[in-house]
Write a protein that binds this ligand. Structure first.
Ligand code: EPU
Length: 343
């Protein structure tokens, strides 16, 4: 029998460093342990429902109150080469492996495709959940398949690339299958020969600064690490969950109107004809960058990142996000959507 702990602080298990309490808490290292824990009797009173939350690295979640249910932390480990062909190696990775450690492993092995995604906090299991992306690359480009435990049917289901319906920070696991599956492993199809993606302007500048002559997986990874470290707060020092909001997509006609009023507005054309706005720019222009109230704040170097300077409550961070949302709506007529999972 695996031990379930009671009234445990999750402060160490969420990168925002929010001191919420889980009524019940346990870690699992295998599918069998997960299955056993899902049977745990939470002794709900008659009008209370059982509640279970699966936690990975805890780097994309904001606890706004104590969790009156069972939190299960996924610690399924393992990195296994399962097959290869002329151009690719297929690597199956336990959902509880740390993402950045996996990226470093790939770089050491010479497997290409995830180098632009260096230093993204969190675990492997979260990578398909929200199709993580940075510096011109999204996980869907190297995703092959995943295995997930169906909570109700108690069986493992295999998902192919198409099954996951990846979009910008989106997948079926955030939409139609929300809270129905626990991702247990992810298989990536990595490239034996790198196809470097340096389309993101700051990358080339950084590598020039680094004096890189021959482009390599190591150099590109280091450039990403340098850029991230210069702009994004290290969760070990200042609590945060990366970008708090998504970059909103608006119709081009609306973008043209905004551009007339705000000529410096930052937007990128999308293949579907819409424009994606840089939410960080909007938030900075609305005067929030560097704002702090108590221990809740808007990061001074990247306005899209909300931070906990120490003892902020999740509800305070949430309130700040609500104020930002309202002010962006008033100033630009654009409605931001939260990227972080609010509990
Ligand atoms: N900007 C500002 N002020 C700010 C922040 C940004 O004007 O305070 C402007 C920048 O000048 C730039 C533009 O906004 O022109 C884009 O900024 P940046 O390159 O920092 O990227 P982002 O759009 O803010 C996205 C991802 C990040 C990812 C970076 C790099 C989202 C929600 N965020 O941020 O992902 O690292 O691009 O590819 O798509 C995350 O998801 O948690 C995350 C950190």
């Amino acid at each position: 029998m695996i031990k379930v702990q009671e009234n445990i602080s999750v402060k160490a298990y969420n990168s925002f460093g929010i001191n919420a309490v889980a009524k019940f808490f346990s870690k699992f290292n295998s599918i069998d342990e997960l299955a056993e824990l899902l049977e745990f009797d939470q002794r709900p009173t008659s009008n209370e429902k059982r509640k279970t939350l699966i936690l990975g690295g805890g780097s994309n979640i904001l606890f706004t109150k104590d969790y009156n249910g069972l939190i299960l932390k996924n610690e399924i480990k393992g990195i296994r080469e399962i097959k290869e062909d002329e151009h690719h190696v297929y690597v199956q990775v336990g959902a509880g492996e740390n993402w950045h450690q996996f990226v470093l492993h790939c770089i050491k092995k010479g497997w290409a495709g995830v180098e632009n995604l260096s230093l993204i906090p969190g675990n492997v299991g979260a990578s398909p959940m929200q199709n993580i992306g940075a510096y011109g690359v999204e996980i869907k480009e190297v995703f092959y398949s995943l295995e997930a435990f169906h909570i109700k049917d108690k069986k493992i289901i295999n998902f192919s690339l198409n099954d996951c319906e990846f979009g910008y920070r989106e997948s079926v696991f955030k939409r139609k299958f929300k809270d129905q599956f626990v991702i247990t492993s992810v298989t990536y199809r990595l490239n034996k020969a790198p196809k470097f993606n340096i389309s993101y302007g700051a990358l080339e500048q950084e590598m020039e600064k680094m004096g890189v002559k021959d482009l390599s997986l190591q150099a590109l990874s280091q450039a990403v690490i340098n850029i991230r470290s210069s702009k994004l707060p290290n969760p070990a020092e200042i609590g945060n969950a990366g970008s708090f909001f998504k970059n909103p997509e608006i119709e081009n006609s609306k973008f043209e109107i905004l551009k007339d009023k705000f000529p410096a507005i930052v937007g990128y054309n999308l293949p579907n004809g819409n424009t994606k706005l840089a939410a960080g720019w909007l938030i900075e222009q609305a005067g929030w960058k560097g704002y702090r109230k108590g221990d809740a704040g808007c990061h001074e170097k990247q306005a899209l990142v909300l931070v906990n300077y120490g003892n902020a409550k999740g509800s305070e961070i949430y309130l700040l996000s609500e104020e930002i949302l309202q002010s962006i709506k008033e100033k630009f007529g654009v409605v931001l959507e939260r990227e972080v999972n609010v509990k």
